[in-house]
Design a protein around this ligand. Structure first.
Ligand SMILES: [Zn+2]
Length: 282
């Protein structure tokens, strides 16, 4: 793997291209099955948008036909993580998987999943959704492990005018999590749900990054995130198949970022975080 600095420059100063990496997708949900055909469709659509690799957060639809599972059981977690490991192994040129956890489960079970999926398995991060709010101390054992392993945790977050789901985190909850665990890298999910307020919540914590997915693109939001947090703390994410790869990439392409900053957001930061080599597309 070629050594580069944060802006993607190699030791001789030449700028190396980074792969374009989408930090937020879901395979294994009803509209993106984990079959060979499902993966082939995903690859084709991603390639059309110039996306080289995706991070599969898997968590939804752990049982065929069950749809969205807000509070997965240990059995559903195991099934979802089995799929995550298999996809990461079978499609290692395209898919990076995160292991999904429910912080309400017994810490011994959480350890077991982290061990088999990350410590000795192919997963490179943890996804947390809406089972437990990020301000809850039950997340602490998970964060201690990810800090030790040097992998990120991506926590869904949203400010909703219609009210949160019972276990749904606000950006302020995620900022609280990052403050409690300064040695861990935390990714605040859904910039379009966090919005301007969420960016300011994240700002004091250098171990807290944001990813650009959520809703449709808002003019000025990605640029504001880069201005407030610096280009190293913003990651491109689409939330495919809930959203369109091309539309979601366009929010970064059209944000008016400096070329080096856009490279970091589109893939340089994710490559650094996930320890991915290889240089394509950008
Ligand atoms: Zn999602």
């Amino acid at each position: 793997m070629e050594m580069t600095d944060a802006a993607g420059r190699s030791a001789d100063g030449a700028r190396a291209a980074s792969p374009v990496i989408d930090i937020h997708t879901h395979i294994g949900v009803p509209s993106s099955p984990d079959t060979d055909d499902g993966i082939a469709t995903c690859r084709k659509l991603a390639a059309r948008a110039g996306i080289d690799m995706i991070v599969n957060l898997t968590n939804l639809g752990a049982d065929p036909g069950s749809g969205y599972v807000a509070e997965p059981t240990p059995r559903q977690i195991r099934a979802s993580n089995d799929m995550a490991c298999r996809l990461a192994q079978e499609h290692s040129d395209f898919i990076v998987s995160f292991c999904h956890l429910n912080p309400a489960h017994d810490p011994a079970f959480l350890d077991e999943e982290i061990d088999r999926c990350i410590r000795t398995g192919p997963c490179r991060g943890v996804k947390l959704w809406i089972a437990v709010r990020a301000s809850d101390r039950r997340l602490d054992p998970i964060l201690e492990q990810v800090a030790e392993l040097g992998v990120p945790v991506l926590q869904h977050s949203w400010y909703k005018s219609v009210g949160q789901y019972p276990g749904e985190s606000t950006p302020a909850d995620v900022a609280d999590l990052a403050a409690r665990h300064p040695a861990a890298t935390v990714i605040m999910g859904h910039l379009s749900g966090s919005r301007w307020h969420g960016i300011l919540d994240a700002k004091p914590y250098p171990n807290l990054m944001v990813e650009t997915s959520g809703g449709q693109p808002d003019g000025g939001l990605v640029k504001y995130a880069v201005q407030q947090l610096g280009p190293e703390r913003v990651l491109f994410g689409s939330d495919w198949p809930g959203r369109h790869f091309g539309v979601q990439r366009a929010r970064v392409d059209a944000a008016g970022l400096a070329e080096d900053d856009a490279r970091l957001v589109l893939g340089g930061n994710a490559a650094r975080l996930l320890k991915i080599g290889g240089h394509r597309n950008v």
